[in-house]
Design a protein around this ligand. Structure first.
Ligand code: 5GP
Length: 210
């Protein structure tokens, strides 16, 4: 019997520096059929960041026009400075094609997505400890010490939202974290919530083809 082939909407959050980007990239390297949504932001690119790959870098006016045109699945004012948002059209297109789509967004965005799409799977990438996280941020060398302090405080606040997530993955080793992400996807594909059509067909006595 065939389980549904509809794509999963995976929301991945976690404090800055926890390595969510590394985990997601490694997961997509194993599974090219998993797609990553590229967010729009008004923040300036960091060294090495490419427009259209890491983010769509927008001016405040451009971002506001996108809001007015209802082009976002969700958007947020993060850190009291910059806007971040998930363009709607790409995500909906990919899900319709049966691809899994990852949204790498903050906890407020995750809440909004869960409200709009209750079937979204919320995964929180956690550090092994807060000390490890701070050391990773310092080691990244892209932030001022003030920004690191703000991000560490933000990380504590974000951790408080952890119980709202469906799954938690501790990023101690990237390979192990990716294995766990794969397990989550496998489990979700077998969930009754994700197989409503199959269940209706079974209960209705219909044949389900392989
Ligand atoms: P960064 O500036 O380090 O790239 O990202 C800062 C925060 O914004 C991270 O927590 C990241 O997950 C979040 N973020 C990135 N894109 C989006 C988005 O489209 N929507 C929301 N709500 N948060 C986002």
């Amino acid at each position: 019997m065939k389980q549904t082939t509809a794509g999963l909407l995976l929301v991945v959050s976690g404090p800055a520096g926890v390595g969510k980007g590394t985990v997601d990239s490694a997961l997509m390297a194993r599974h090219p059929e998993i797609k990553m949504s590229v967010s729009a932001t008004t923040r300036a690119p960091r060294p090495g960041e490419i427009d259209g790959t890491h983010y769509y870098f927008k001016s405040l006016d451009e971002f506001r026009t996108m809001i007015e045109r209802d082009e976002f699945l969700e958007y947020m004012h993060v850190f009291g400075m910059n806007y971040y948002g998930t363009p709607k059209s790409y995500v909906l297109e990919q899900l319709a094609l049966g691809h899994h789509v990852i949204l790498e967004i903050d906890v407020q965005g995750a809440r909004k997505v869960k409200q709009a799409f209750p079937s979204a799977v919320l995964v929180f990438i956690a550090p092994p400890s807060m000390e490890t996280l701070k050391n990773r941020l310092i080691g990244r060398g892209t932030e001022t010490s003030e920004a690191i302090e703000i991000r560490t405080q933000t990380a504590y606040r974000e951790l408080e939202a952890l119980p709202e997530y469906d799954y938690v993955v501790v990023n101690d080793s990237v390979d192990a974290a990716v294995d766990e992400m794969e397990s989550i996807i496998r489990a979700e594909l077998c969930s009754t919530a994700h197989n409503k059509e199959l269940i209706e067909n079974l209960l209705g006595g219909k044949n389900v083809t392989c």
